[in-house]
Design a binder for this molecule. Structure first.
Ligand code: SF4
Length: 644
């Protein structure tokens, strides 16, 4: 890395990016401290006992800090009662006040609890969604206004020893930032730095920074760019990592792992919050599982250093590849299902979403059906659907090499010594040692080859990225499948680890296919996870996307129940993005790039959005889901659900 694109200590040797230690009550953050875990309550802040009891449940589940919303000065004042009650019950967990729009609540909270979080997009500015042009003089005047309005809070924090998170959100950038930078990673970074500069001028440094977005590519790029700017400006503030509005269940976990995990792999991140639309005590175990992977990471097998990088870490660009069969070029990443340990029958394929309908003599293909199956040494005795091909071990393929739907897979050694190869498609497994071997460059002209990159390094994301980097630098343009093998993992951890390892590479623009090898977990589940990873990294969309807020003390309806209700009705609308937001104060901004929005605007009242435009206000909650569906129907993109 050069100084222009440096964003971590090293791309090949794991170490935590060293930040300064920030004191947050009795649990310091950053420096040499472990990665801290946190979450946020969903109770009403004025309900002291409910908030205390939920906080205790969160602490018991592993939270080291607990954030509580303070929408008004009254709520901020009540933080004192919450804190006192917690201390009385023997819980010293540091508390964080979450502030949007209300400087007076922030100033009150900063005198009571250990940390305040401000959103620079709305701490001072009321967002009007106006695209105003600012002259340099007007822009400077705005910055001066920030200084005037924000300085009192900084001074209070300094006086009371209170820490502060300056937490930018992609969806709630100020009109000023939007007018100059757009909703870009650079805009997010600048949004935080405007506030950081005020703190630094007042010699206040108990600062933590975050760059959250629901879009994992934007989120990763923004954090990297922030570190790049911090390095350039000699700053070392700790980072709070999170993906906003990640949703719930498997999708929420995978999306969080793709965003947070990619950054952790490069040693970035001092504290994590996994935002799930579930009870807040469900979040810490996921965050802990993500963080625990790095305890012994520095002992990983050495990876050759890299002098230059072939991708832009701050913006997404797919690394070009040539078309080979249906891999590479403009094809979306292909999914390989490993059936080497299962009998190849119509029933097995049906499990993966490829269902043969004998009466019609045709195949019903699910949106998440794999593109290739690996059959190992088995012969394929059934007719495969048009969209599905098989990959077979080279020695077996040699006995019947003319079946155009079955393609050989070679080890690197087999391929370099093979007399017979396929004229259409050859899969070649490669490792980092192969890529750095003398003869490897001779493969550059193999136009019918797809590489499969493997790794057994515990720092596998870095090693595979190093392979991709080397291939690109050497001019290889063959499509590449990312393959990972996991042994002895629970399904929960396999899901999180693979989302981190594989999702990060896709975010960097690498990869034309994906394949997980595992003998403990069913191929059906692995296939679903793979499609989830591709969707979370935004490189292959195969289902509806829900941008659901995790809920907090502002929430106006039961988010879990409503999200499930909306999913039940719209889960078949592939590619449609639906925002489900608990309040109208932050919801419209936070749902950023949703196509439709369902936003709580008052008790029992919902406002429906098309993109950022309000379409219907104050819809009774009993009919609001129907209203949302009518809106989708009006736009002509509704399709009826297929019969099961
Ligand atoms: S959008 Fe959701 S999490 Fe964010 S402030 Fe509103 S209710 Fe709370």
């Amino acid at each position: 890395m050069t100084t222009n694109n440096k964003y971590c200590n090293s791309l090949t040797s794991y170490s935590r990016f060293k930040t300064r230690e920030v004191k947050i009550g009795n649990i310091p953050l950053g420096g040499n401290n472990p990665i801290r875990i946190q979450s946020m309550t969903t109770t009403f802040t004025m309900d002291t006992i409910a908030t205390v009891e939920q906080t205790i449940r969160m602490v018991e589940s592993g939270c080291e800090y607990v954030r509580i919303t303070a929408p008004s000065i009254k709520d901020a004042k009540n933080l004192k009662n919450i804190k006192d009650e917690l201390r009385k019950r023997g819980y010293n967990v540091p508390l964080i006040a979450d502030i949007h729009f209300t400087p007076n609540a922030a100033e009150e909270a900063a005198r009571i609890i250990e940390k305040v979080r401000v959103n620079p997009g709305n701490y001072i500015d009321q967002k009007k969604f106006q695209q105003i042009e600012y002259t340099d003089a007007e822009y400077e005047a705005e910055i001066e206004r920030i200084r005037q309005r924000f300085s009192p809070l900084v001074k209070i924090c300094k006086e009371y020893g209170t820490a502060m998170r300056i937490g930018t959100n992609h969806g709630s950038l100020s009109d000023r930032i939007m007018s100059r930078y757009g909703d870009t990673p650079l805009g997010m970074v600048e949004s935080a730095l405007e506030f950081v500069r005020v703190c630094r001028d007042l010699d206040y440094h108990e600062i933590v920074l975050s760059m959250k977005a629901s879009n994992t590519q934007v989120m990763v790029q923004a954090y990297r760019l922030l570190v790049n700017h911090m390095i350039a400006e000699g700053m070392d503030y700790p980072l709070h990592l999170g993906v906003t509005e990640a949703g719930d269940g498997e999708d929420g976990r995978i999306k969080s792992a793709v965003g947070i995990g990619t950054l952790l792999e490069d040693g970035l991140g001092d504290t994590i919050r996994v935002s799930l639309t579930e009870d807040p005590e469900e979040e810490a175990p996921v965050a802990i599982a993500l963080a625990n992977r790095y305890k012994n990471r520095a002992s990983h097998k050495e990876i050759p250093e890299t002098k230059s990088i072939s991708y832009d870490p701050f913006s997404y660009l797919k690394i070009p590849s040539i078309p080979v069969n249906n891999f590479g070029d403009k094809n979306s990443p292909r999914v390989v299902a490993d059936l080497s340990k299962s009998e190849i029958t119509n029933d097995t394929l049906s499990e993966l979403g490829l269902t043969y309908l004998p009466a019609l003599d045709k195949w019903n293909l699910g949106d998440q059906a794999p593109d290739y199956i690996f059959v190992g040494d088995q012969n394929v005795e059934i007719a495969l659907p048009e969209s599905l091909d098989a990959i077979q071990n080279y020695n077996v393929w040699l006995k019947n090499p003319d079946n155009h739907k079955i393609h050989p897979i070679f080890s690197y050694g087999e391929f370099t010594n093979a007399d017979k190869k396929s004229a259409h498609l050859n899969f070649i497994e490669i490792t980092i040692d192969n890529v750095f071997s003398e003869k490897f460059d001779g493969l550059v002209d193999e136009k019918r080859a797809v590489f499969i990159v493997k790794t057994d390094n515990i720092h596998g994301y870095s090693e595979q990225r190093r392979i991709f980097n080397e291939l690109t630098i050497k001019g290889f343009q063959q499509p590449v499948i990312i393959q990972r093998e996991y042994k002895g993992l629970s399904f929960e951890n396999l899901r999180l680890y693979s989302a981190t390892d594989i999702g990060g590479l896709f975010i960097d623009g690498f990869g034309d296919g994906v394949w997980i090898k595992n003998i403990d977990i069913s191929t059906k589940e692995i296939n679903r996870v793979l499609f989830g990873i591709l969707q979370a990294a935004r490189v292959r969309i195969s289902k509806t996307e829900y941008i659901a807020c995790p809920s907090c003390g502002r929430t106006l309806f039961d988010l879990v129940e409503v999200t499930n209700k909306i999913r039940e009705r719209t889960g078949h609308l592939k590619g449609v993005k639906i925002g489900i937001m608990g309040c109208i104060v932050n919801g419209p901004g936070e749902m950023a790039d949703a196509d439709y929005g369902y936003v709580g605007s008052g008790p029992g009242k919902i406002t429906l959005y098309r993109g950022k435009e309000v379409i219907k206000k104050s819809v009774p909650s009993e009919t609001a889901v129907d209203g949302l569906i009518d809106l989708i129907k009006e736009d002509g993109i509704w399709i009826e659900q297929k019969e099961a």
